[in-house]
Design a protein around this ligand. Structure first.
Ligand SMILES: Cc1ncc(COP(=O)(O)O)c(C=O)c1O
Length: 416
């Protein structure tokens, strides 16, 4: 495309105004706190924006639930929050029936607990199953947790070489699983490229080899429809501070399919996951059901914003959220694709909707410096090594106008 054919920032702003007018979820953007000086927030896939009203809910929680009910509120409500909040997440984002999900701990800690629990169950059932399958481009914490468990339990890691521009395919998984496979740990949406793995097909391939599968849903919960029950997933873990708007460091969720709950034992045996914790009895005996995934005192205060974010998602509906997510990433894609080739910007995410999650990554040699300048100007994507600018477009809080305005600033910084 020659420079003269390139649509102008005005053209894109016009197109954005039309898309915003037609957007059935358009009114949700106003339900988030506004951020003074922010032109475009492209990092909702790292840290979602605060839902307006959360500050009041937190204040009410401090004054009433905590301030007035004091310790009585553990019995009255808080003891049940890990499962109750888990069920809210499950219904809004995971396609999972109640009684299989808890909210507790960080993603990393829950990944450890679930991976070790599944691995131990597999080895106990068949001592030959000593392999954990992971991919080279999975999020660092997933790889490190798997390395730690392999060392601790004398297991072997089998690495799938993932193409960072795409992601792990069913064929790659089918090639490495077999009679020695204990567990396969993968991300549903790749944190770098936004590649959406074929979770149902991969889960089926792992099961056909007798393995179990643990999905990291950090980048899909709240942006991509997930059907854990229908896909027969064994276990899943994900965070709540991205598309569920739980706030910095909000607790993660873990799902364990009903059929595994009687046999799979997580390793951090704490009093809050014990049957009758206040008996303070000798020896650990897991609480029935999914409660046994809890270890210590639940992070109740941090669940207040999670519940508000999940409530908003439930109301909007994950199907509508996904449609808007694809429309937003399509729009960003079209803008970037219209830039002259001489600018040297490439798109490192899948074009096909069925392979694309909620963010896209664009690449150029100097994007590390460009990103620093963008943050100064109130345009906030994030940078991922070696040269990727990640555009995470949270569907409920991002407008098309914001996409057009933010990318106009990127365009202005990289060429005439
Ligand atoms: C795919 C994925 N897994 C895990 C994590 C992080 O885990 P934690 O919440 O324990 O920091 C992230 C954080 O961004 C992530 O993107």
């Amino acid at each position: 495309m020659s420079a003269t054919d390139e649509p102008t920032a005005w053209d894109w702003a016009d197109a954005a105004a039309r898309l915003d007018r037609e957007d059935p979820l358009g009114s949700y953007a106003e339900q988030f706190e506004t951020a003074e000086g922010v032109v475009a927030y492209f990092d909702g896939n790292s840290l979602g924006r605060p839902v307006r009203g959360v500050a009041d809910r937190m204040a009410a929680f401090v004054r009433e639930d905590w301030g007035t009910r004091l310790i009585r509120n553990w019995d009255e409500a808080w003891m049940r929050w890990p499962e109750e909040t888990g069920d809210l997440v499950a219904a809004a984002a995971l396609g999972a029936a109640p009684g299989q999900t808890v909210v507790a701990d960080s993603t990393t800690v829950l990944l450890y607990k679930m991976l070790r629990a599944l691995a131990d169950a597999q080895v106990a059932a068949d001592p030959q199953r000593t392999e954990i399958v992971v991919d080279t481009d999975n999020f660092p914490t997933d790889r490190y947790v798997a390395e730690g468990i392999a060392a601790e339990r004398g297991m072997r890691l089998v690495w799938i070489e993932a193409d960072p521009a795409t992601g792990v395919t069913q064929e790659q998984v089918a090639q490495v699983v077999g009679g020695r496979t204990a567990v396969v740990l993968l991300s549903h949406v790749a944190y770098r490229s936004g590649y959406l793995a074929d979770a149902p097909a991969i889960t089926t391939a792992v099961h056909a080899a007798g393995g179990l599968v643990l999905w990291d849903l950090c980048h899909s919960a709240g942006s991509v429809p997930v059907e854990l029950d229908a896909w027969q997933v064994d276990a899943a873990v994900g965070c709540t501070y991205k598309y569920l708007n739980g706030g910095p460091g909000s607790p993660a969720f873990a799902y364990l399919a009903q059929r595994h709950q009687a046999t799979v034992r997580q390793p951090v045996q704490g009093w809050m996951g014990r049957r009758d914790p206040f008996l303070m009895g000798p020896g650990y005996e897991p609480a029935p059901g999914v409660r046994s995934l809890v270890s210590g005192t639940p992070p109740v205060v941090a669940m207040v914003p999670v519940r508000a974010g999940v409530q908003m998602l439930a109301e909007a509906g994950i199907g509508a959220v996904r449609e808007k997510s694809l429309a937003l990433t399509d729009f960003a894609w079209d803008i970037v694709a219209s830039w002259p080739a001489e600018l040297g910007v490439s798109i490192a995410s899948p074009r096909e909707h069925e392979c694309r999650g909620g963010h896209i990554t664009i690449r150029r040699h100097d994007f590390a410096e460009v990103n620093r300048e963008l943050w100064q100007r109130g345009v906030i994507p994030d940078f991922r090594e070696p040269d990727g600018l990640r555009l995470g477009l949270a569907p409920l809080s991002t407008t098309f106008a914001e996409v057009a305005a933010g990318l106009a600033v990127v365009r202005g910084l990289i060429g005439p």
